[in-house]
Write a protein that binds this ligand. Structure first.
Ligand SMILES: [Zn+2]
Length: 135
């Protein structure tokens, strides 16, 4: 499961980590952790990423991103505390998730074809409103 400390990483003292974004992140993690719990129960093996020592993907930008982060647009969901990249080296989680599961947990994800070795989950709906969308 993912904690808020793991999610914010080294930016907990950053001015961009506002109360509003903290609230977004807390809600995101409640929903994501429920989905991860269901995945585990379904037999999906979840492994910690050695780079982050958590289920968060990447080296430092898989969770919260400060506004100055070069990855993603200014209003991107990671920069609002509304998205997280889950470490999914063999895309087993992405293979298990479908739109019905996303609907059940109130989440949206980037299409697995666009997220090889990770799974991007968000509480924020894309403009299309699709549960699985191309970024
Ligand atoms: Zn992402």
């Amino acid at each position: 499961m993912i904690t808020i400390e793991q999610y914010v990483g080294k930016w907990s003292e950053n001015e961009d980590w506002t109360e509003v974004r903290q609230a977004y992140a807390a809600q995101l993690l409640i929903q994501v952790n429920k989905l991860l719990e269901a995945a585990k129960k379904a037999g999906i093996e979840l492994k910690n990423n050695p780079n982050t020592d958590s289920l968060i993907s990447g080296t430092q930008y898989g969770g919260f991103r400060p506004q100055s982060c070069p990855i993603g647009a200014a209003g991107s969901s990671h920069k609002q505390g509304q998205a997280v990249d889950i470490f999914d080296p063999q895309n087993k989680l992405d293979g298990w998730i479908n739109d019905a599961i996303l609907t059940q947990y109130g989440l949206y994800r980037e299409h697995p074809d666009a997220t090889i070795r990770w799974c991007h989950l968000s509480t924020r709906a894309p403009k299309s409103g699709r549960r699985t969308f191309l970024p």
